[in-house]
Ligand binder design. Structure first.
Ligand SMILES: [Ca+2]
Length: 157
């Protein structure tokens, strides 16, 4: 059987009916999962490698009979978002304004983490209240979400 979803692992370990792989500090697992030995927070069997949850900077993996072991950093805490306060600005044209803002996130294990916001900073915002939704994900897959509003008011004439 060919394993899909797996390219160039640096370490493999085979258990009784499950397998572990390590690549780039991330552990993946697939196979029998009746006791949760795949570490994906389910007991569903997996036929393709899935990420082992809450684990980052993994240096080794080892599959046992019905259990798994990995050396790495255990991380269950989501990054902390630093979002701007709600922004109110006057339209610079008939359709709205271009609004720049800064959104950052810091994780206790990973340090600075990328934040993705929609609409992104530097977007054209219409003359209305727009909710900006931001998400940050750390290397262990812990996600934090937040939002703020950008209100563009019509230019006074
Ligand atoms: Ca974290």
């Amino acid at each position: 059987m060919t394993v899909t979803n797996l390219t160039g692992p640096s370490m493999l370990s085979a258990g009784y009916m499950h397998n572990l792989a390590l690549k780039g500090g991330k552990a993946t697992a697939w196979g029998w999962n009746v006791l949760g030995q795949l570490g994906d927070a389910t007991t569903s069997d997996r036929f393709k490698p899935v990420a082992v949850k809450n684990l980052t900077a993994v240096s080794s993996v080892s599959a046992g009979l019905l259990h798994s072991a990995a050396a790495g950093k255990f991380d269950t805490i989501e990054p902390v978002l630093a979002l701007p306060a709600d922004i109110t600005t006057e339209a610079t044209g008939s359709t709205g304004a271009t609004v720049d803002y800064e959104a950052t996130a810091t994780d206790a294990v990973d340090g600075a983490v990328d934040v993705n916001c929609l609409p992104p900073s530097g977007s054209a915002f219409g003359v209305k209240e727009t909710v900006v939704s931001c998400t940050a994900v750390d290397a262990a897959g812990n996600t934090n979400e937040g939002s703020f509003t950008v209100t563009v008011i019509a230019r006074e004439v």
